[in-house]
Design a protein around this ligand. Sequence first.
Ligand SMILES: NC(=O)c1ccc[n+]([C@@H]2O[C@H](COP(=O)([O-])OP(=O)(O)OC[C@H]3O[C@@H](n4cnc5c(N)ncnc54)[C@H](O)[C@@H]3O)[C@@H](O)[C@H]2O)c1
Length: 216
Amino acid sequence: MILEDSVLEKEISQAVIRRMPRYYRYLGELLDEGVERISSGELSERMSVTASQIRQDLNNFGGFGQQGYGYNVSFLYEEIGKILGLDQNHNIIIIGAGNLGQALANYMKFDRLGFHTIALFDVKEELIGKNIRGIEVLHVKELDHFVKTHDVDIAALTMPKSSADDIANHLVSLGIHAIWNFAHVDLSIDAKDVVVENVHLSDSLMQLSYNIVKNK
Ligand SMILES: NC(=O)c1ccc[n+]([C@@H]2O[C@H](COP(=O)([O-])OP(=O)(O)OC[C@H]3O[C@@H](n4cnc5c(N)ncnc54)[C@H](O)[C@@H]3O)[C@@H](O)[C@H]2O)c1
């Protein structure tokens, strides 16, 4: 009980949280291969992460390993899933049904993780009514009504950056608490209970470029 309380009270660093999806992915692959248990040493070799890093990371949530046994793969997979909130469903709306918005809506793997896109919104008349994998593109004029009448957990911003901040703040005023921001702009959202995840593929490419140059 004391351990559980201290685990709950502790603020887990974002660096640890960012490593969790990778553990989840590797454990999922192990499950697909029929592996039932794995030592921290084997997991470390497979993931190219030190065994002590794995232990430290998982100890943030109370451990999960057993001395001399290692990790039960399906148990650990489920527990990390719970930590990441993947035991719940999350409804997503996508604002901007262009190249990126449609690509996200078309990606079925998100559904398997419990992320369900339930509508796309755009301003372009020729896109309105279009059906992407069974998901309709609606006009942004319908956004308020839609958010008020559906459970929307996450809004993905895939429209030009010029309108991203206004739309983000409008979404927050409608009660949306999570924004997945692809527009290349830092959003100025005041509300403390709103979480924003910025995704910039070009940042990742620039890091790659840095490493190419460095290794020449
Ligand atoms: N973060 C990343 O890694 C990444 C990668 C690619 C693109 N982007 C960004 O994502 C955005 C979309 O890129 P794209 O290639 O899909 O562009 P796109 O032009 O194909 O699509 C943008 C869509 O947004 C719509 N739109 C414009 N104003 C709107 C508004 N107020 N409300 C709703 N929809 C509106 C447009 O009609 C268009 O259909 C851009 O801001 C781009 O810079 C980010």
